[in-house]
Design a protein around this ligand. Structure first.
Ligand SMILES: [Zn+2]
Length: 92
């Protein structure tokens, strides 16, 4: 069961599940919304949620580059990811 919303970098993102989707999930930065395919298993929903949360962590750091060094990437996502992990548990 996915939460209705989550905090990423102190910003609240809405989460919704849709049945008819081309992708397994996507994150819309302008809407502050993550959409997950309802037909996935619970474990896959968690995996795709994490995937989209990581996209949100990258996008909330301001203007995005095409490529990052490993260090640049980790520095970019560390604060929003820590904030997210403090508020959400992936345990069953
Ligand atoms: Zn992706």
């Amino acid at each position: 069961m996915l939460p209705k919303s989550i905090l990423i970098g102190g910003v609240r993102w809405k989460i919704r599940e849709l049945v008819k989707m081309e992708e397994k999930g996507y994150a819309e930065e302008d809407e502050l919304r993550i959409t997950i395919c309802k037909k996935l298993s619970d474990e896959n929903k968690r995996l795709i949620l994490l995937h989209e949360v990581l996209h949100a962590c990258v996008s909330c750091g301001g203007e995005e580059k095409k490529t990052y060094t490993e260090e640049e990437f980790i520095l970019r996502i560390q604060a929003p990811l820590l904030g997210f992990l403090k508020t959400y548990s992936f345990k069953d």
